[in-house]
Design a protein around this ligand. Structure first.
Ligand code: ADP
Ligand code: MG
Length: 303
């Protein structure tokens, strides 16, 4: 249930922003929607929230079709857009009352107090929105998304541009909200996923690459070996491709390279052998542990 996305394609002129994307966000799950800039994350979120129409495919939110019944969909969705459009001249509480009015809520006062508490805005509620820090503005954005107590929350890069403290705070808020609601939130930062998500969907250039639980992704890539090696002189990238078992190369500068292998044998032996044959000295070699971030890089960056 919750959000079912089936074969969604979206074109901007000639450009395919989404290419036949299908996945499901389950009830009561925090789903990380990951991809580099331009992957198509915001486009899909705008389609789910009925701000854009797909060229192909269907989406239902808790059983309601986004094309046939957009009003019902909007009622059960809370949406924090990428560029959170707030009224900077309004005061926090006043703004939330205004939004509650748009939703025609009955018990406005209680709802406003309740969301202020949920997102931790008690001390800021009497301030002008324009006077708040970026982190608190994001909380106001979250509060407006939550005001009508939606079953599903769509958050488009809610943590972008926040400092580390603000980040930790907002993550905590999202984690708490996720206990009761279905949350889909987009990010281009892989660590976010490790920090909060039950499941990850990764897209790149409009194509779905991964749809798995965080642990499944790590396990699938657990046998990869990442070695940081430093040679005594310059080597051509193409020449390094001759190393036995090599899967990926990344140049780190100063004759340092990050080399990845998917083979079982100790990859350091293959690198040493290559160095010998090419009259290179290995100044250092270090094993790096596999992280979700590395997996994300390997899936979305071409070497
Ligand atoms: P993301 O949110 O993952 O960064 P977007 O969904 O914003 O990606 O964009 C996906 C692709 O579609 C990008 O290449 C972007 O340039 C393009 N795009 C987005 N919005 C428009 C638009 N209104 N008109 C034309 N191209 C667009
Ligand atoms: Mg975006």
């Amino acid at each position: 249930m919750s959000i079912q996305i089936q074969g969604v394609t979206k074109l901007y002129g000639e450009q395919k922003a989404l290419n036949n994307v299908s996945f499901t966000a389950n009830k009561g799950e925090i789903m990380g929607f990951l991809g580099p800039n331009g992957a198509g994350k915001s486009t899909l979120m705008k389609i789910i929230t009925c701000y854009l129409k797909p060229d192909n495919g269907t989406i239902t939110v808790n059983g309601h079709d986004i094309i046939e019944d957009p009003l019902a969909v909007r009622k059960i969705i809370g949406y924090l857009p990428e560029h959170n459009p707030l009224y900077h001249e309004m005061y926090v509480k006043e703004y939330l009352h205004f939004i509650a009015g748009i939703h025609k809520l009955k018990h406005k006062k209680q709802r406003v107090s309740s969301v202020i508490e949920t997102v931790g805005l008690e001390l800021e509620q009497k301030k002008r929105i324009g006077a708040l820090s970026k982190g608190y503005k994001q909380r106001v954005g979250l509060a407006q998304a939550l005001i009508h107590d939606p079953e599903v929350l769509i958050l488009d890069e809610p943590t972008s541009g926040l400092d580390p403290n603000q980040l930790a705070d907002i993550r905590e808020v999202i984690r708490n909200i996720g206990k009761e609601k279905t949350v889909m939130f987009s990010t281009h930062i892989m660590q976010e996923v490790e920090a909060i998500c039950d499941r990850v969907v990764i897209i790149n250039r409009g194509n779905l690459l991964v749809n798995e639980s965080s642990t499944e992704i790590l396990n699938a890539h657990a046998n990869e070996q990442i070695i940081i090696v430093e040679f005594d002189k310059e080597v051509a990238k193409n020449s390094l491709r001759k190393i036995n078992g090599l899967a990926r190369i990344e140049e780190l500068g100063n004759n340092q390279w990050k080399l990845t292998s998917k083979e079982q044998q100790d990859f350091r032996l293959a690198i040493s052998k290559y160095a010998n044959e090419h009259e290179l000295l290995v100044l250092s070699m270090q094993k790096q542990t596999q992280s979700l971030e590395e997996v994300f890089k390997s899936l979305t960056v071409k070497s």
